[in-house]
Design a protein around this ligand. Sequence first.
Ligand SMILES: [Zn+2]
Ligand SMILES: [Zn+2]
Length: 141
Amino acid sequence: MNCPKCNADLVKKYYKGMIEVDSCPNCRGMWLDFNELDKLEDVVFDDDTHKGSLVHFQSNTNFPCPQCGSGLEEFQYRLYDLKLDYCAENSHGFWLDAGEDERVMTFMRQRAADIQRKVDAETTWKQTLKEMHLFLVKKKK
Ligand SMILES: [Zn+2]
Ligand SMILES: [Zn+2]
């Protein structure tokens, strides 16, 4: 598979001990496929993360899905002011640009500090991934 952004060959990598992702050695972005995301089933949701409409659809892009080549659609994950691309055509997965996952982690750590609660950033990140996954799967049906 090739990187949708720079066309380099994607390399399999185990992400934070959770799931396998296809990462780009050139631009450092990564592709999270939906089958891998299904493995995050054990995740228990934090009630706070479920309030309101968290995902807004934005627009089509010219970036091709690494699995089917159809144009990725960009959406915005409101809680973290994060823009992601996903395969709208066949729900293959979604793309994170370099550093976007770290931005989410930083944001979550700040938020945990604000509400004075101890939150494991990796667990919360897992919840975030799972939530986006569920949302996109639901939209598809
Ligand atoms: Zn790339
Ligand atoms: Zn696709």
